[in-house]
Design a protein around this ligand. Structure first.
Ligand code: ADP
Length: 719
């Protein structure tokens, strides 16, 4: 009963004015030029190939927005991802930098300085550097916006790929879209697709909620199905029994779903659709936010673009301009009568575009899709403290990223182990955020493949749909892609240097907290291009958020004991080694108890993650074991203090290499025995013997599966 009260408290908490985050009340706002922000002028204008209308015939409401659908990807960086590629390029001759068997052959840079040459009898004169090369062959639905961006930057596009290495590879789905890239930069982090699936994101946030309940109150209370059905059902029943006035609504979201597919609202656990044929449905059931902020009586949500420029060290940028997507039926609080009104409750563009009420508009401040700045401007005009809102949004983004980084680091070391030359990775994410009536932002989900389409679907005659250019999308999305490229420009060393966090990073909080300023312009391009629309928020706000990075420290320990390159699971021997090395066993907690703990937790997690092909203890299970050990050791403290104290103890036993931003220790990992595979490993194909290869195979299987079942896809998601 006590537990139920806590749950109820949490259910309520999102409806109340929770304590606000202290980020930066002065943060540079998205509405610098609210109603008519300078439109991105592109050299390419509207004549970009493929931007012309594409006609297609189909039923009015039956179809889906034909985005390219994503699939499974992989994970994250353990090496410094920010080394200017120019340096790599200059080393090409020495290192034989090779991509897919072919040496770099792109002209000037490999054989001499990219930036200058010496005239016969004169001083050094600046030489035009070769253009940055971008492989766009796998860009899918981002292609049009990417082409415009490349044109603006006067870089060189390779639409069919290239035998020699490119500086940047633009993938439409996951890190694994191209295999065998060993240099340059890829716009996807290994593991991001997996980590941002609804169940995994919920789990990652929940771990943070256990440690920092007040700081992670921006995510609605969620239960994972089918495994938590009993808890969900008992808790809601008891909640109703204890207070008849409580009648919460819940939203059910299929794990792999996107664009509103398969989503429905319920008020009673008995209405859950638990099975899909003979299979239990994997889904998240979540507290429904029933008092959203409305504009023109319509519910809307915010799509915010966030760049993870680097995972290690962590660098996060937020786009100052985003999109807002409006429902097309006036909002009413959920009741049994209106639960199925998707145009009232779901803000997905892909659904609402098929409503007769959808308003296409070339203006940024009207219609069913508007710029974020126009909405904030409108709120400001009504007296809303939009600086506060923006600051809360920044805090939400940083905290969400911090929640998923630990697991991303595990993926990264598996796919790009230390010692492998590269590539380095970055990624644009799409955050979907709802503003509550009390202006508190709530995280709905994070898309690993946000749609970068700059056309929209329009019904030009009954049943006839066309893709027509969408100025609002173009303004926002081309800006995001172009400025991401500018930040990743391998030759722009000045910009890179300016953008690099200072060592330690902790003093950033003392600067003027306005986002932007010193890091706002890439010097090389400053003359021709607008100021960057992407603003660094981390490490800028290290001081305010660094204390949240506890699980990353656990992940650093985990990675250190993983043992085998490419592995993501800890075997029983490695777990024992961890316990021994960190001196965590004693007469009260014998090695026999350690083995039981390992078996117990690993078995439970292998049931919770039925798809996983690798046996052993994954990071989430290790974190659970770590919490347990911390609780045993430091009984009288809070969980956060227990975990912090145990981390200090372990790190002291291991020496200096286990800090958050540290690399995995090669010597340590190699010294460890290969984890014993005790469970469901059903692989006879020797080519799939390495865990990384197995994951890639899974990823490919999944893509095939997704081609066959397009509605289950999670691709370039406009929502
Ligand atoms: P999808 O990936 O299928 O778009 P989302 O999690 O984004 O799934 O949910 C779809 C839509 O449902 C959101 O855009 C939002 O309008 C609505 N929604 C999602 N979660 C909630 C919630 N907890 N409370 C209220 N509305 C929600």
């Amino acid at each position: 009963m006590e537990k139920v009260k806590v749950q109820l408290g949490r259910m309520k908490s999102l409806g109340e004015d929770a304590g606000r985050e202290e980020v930066d009340p002065e943060a540079e706002m998205p509405c610098a030029s609210p109603v008519s922000p300078s439109r991105v002028t592109t050299a390419a204008g509207t004549d970009a190939p493929g931007s012309s209308s594409v006609c297609k015939q189909r039923g009015k409401r039956g179809g889906k927005h034909p985005c390219g659908r994503p699939s499974q990807g992989a994970a994250v960086p353990a090496r410094n991802l920010n080394d200017p590629i120019c340096e790599q390029t200059l080393h090409v001759k020495g290192t034989g930098r090779i991509l897919q068997g072919k040496p770099e052959s792109n002209g000037n840079c490999a054989s001499r300085s990219a930036q200058e040459t010496r005239c016969e009898d004169g001083p050094k004169v600046p030489r035009r550097r070769r253009p940055v090369t971008v492989d766009t062959a796998k860009a899918k639905t981002s292609l049009e916006a990417l082409k415009l961006s490349i044109k603006e930057l006067r870089w060189k596009e390779f639409p069919l790929g290239r035998r020699a290495a490119c500086d940047i590879y633009w993938h439409g789905v996951s890190f694994h879209d191209n295999e065998n890239i060993v240099s340059g930069q890829v716009n996807k982090l290994p593991g991001m697709v997996e980590m941002l699936r609804k169940i995994n994101l919920s789990r990652a946030v929940r771990t943070m909620q256990e440690l920092f309940p007040e700081e992670y109150d921006f995510y609605p209370r969620s239960w994972i199905l089918p495994e938590e059905y009993q808890q969900f059902s008992t808790q809601t029943r008891l909640a109703k029994e204890s207070d008849a006035a409580v009648s919460p609504t819940f939203i059910v979201k299929p794990d792999g779903g996107s664009q509103g597919d398969g989503i429905y609202l319920i008020r009673d656990p008995g209405d859950l659709k638990l099975m899909a044929g003979a299979q239990p449905r994997q889904a998240v059931v979540q507290e429904y936010i029933h008092k959203p902020l409305l504009i023109d009586r319509l519910k809307f949500d915010i799509r915010l673009y966030v760049l993870i420029k680097s995972l290690d060290p962590l660098e996060i940028y937020i786009a100052k301009e985003g999109l807002t997507r409006f429902c097309t039926e006036p909002y009413q609080e959920p009741s049994q009568k209106n639960l199925s009104h998707v145009f009232m409750h779901l803000t997905n563009y892909s659904l609402n575009v098929h409503s007769g009420n959808f308003v296409h508009s070339d203006s940024q401040s009207t219609g069913s899709k508007r710029t974020l700045s126009s909405v904030l401007y409108r709120l400001a005009a009504k007296g809303v403290d939009i600086k506060r809102v923006w600051s809360d949004i920044i805090a939400l983004v940083i905290k969400s990223v911090i929640a998923v980084v630990p697991e991303l680091k595990v993926y990264h070391q598996a796919d790009i182990p230390p010692g492998k030359p590269g590539p380095t990775c970055f990624q644009i994410l799409g955050f979907d955020i709802l503003l509550m009536k009390n202006l508190k932002p709530v995280l709905l989900e994070v898309n690993s493949n946000p749609s970068m389409r700059i056309e929209h679907e329009q019904e030009v005659a009954p049943g006839v749909f066309e893709y027509v250019p969408s100025p609002v999308d173009e303004q926002v999305k081309v800006g995001v892609i172009r400025d991401t490229l500018r930040l990743m420009d391998p030759f722009n060393r000045k910009a890179t240097a300016i953008l690099q966090p200072r060592a330690g990073g902790a003093d950033h909080g003392e600067e003027n907290p306005v986002v932007g300023e010193s890091q706002g312009v890439c010097p090389d391009n400053a003359g021709n291009l607008p100021p960057l629309c992407l603003k660094q928020v981390y490490p800028k706000y290290t001081k305010q958020f660094n204390h949240l990075r506890l699980v990353e420290r656990i992940a650093a320990l985990f990675i250190r004991f993983l043992g085998v390159k490419g592995n993501m699971r800890l075997g029983p021997t490695a777990f024992r080694t961890f316990i021994r090395t960190c001196k965590l066993s004693n007469s009260n907690f014998t090695m026999a108890s350690v083995d039981i703990l390992y078996i117990d937790i690993t078995r439970r997690w292998s049931c919770a993650l039925p798809d996983s092909r690798e046996a052993g203890m994954g990071l989430q299970a290790f974190v659970e074991a770590f919490f347990y050990l911390a609780g045993r050791r430091f009984k009288s403290l809070t969980l956060r203090e227990q975990v912090g104290s145990l981390l200090d103890l372990c790190e002291a036993s291991l020496g200096p290499q286990s800090g958050v931003e540290d690399r995995r220790s090669l010597s340590c990992s190699r010294a460890l025995p290969r984890p014993v595979k005790t469970q469901t490993l059903c692989l006879s194909n020797p080519q799939l013997s390495s865990p990384a290869a197995q994951r890639r195979a899974t990823s490919q299987d999944c893509r095939l599966h997704q081609r066959l079942k397009p509605r289950a896809l999670r691709a370039n998601v406009e929502n």
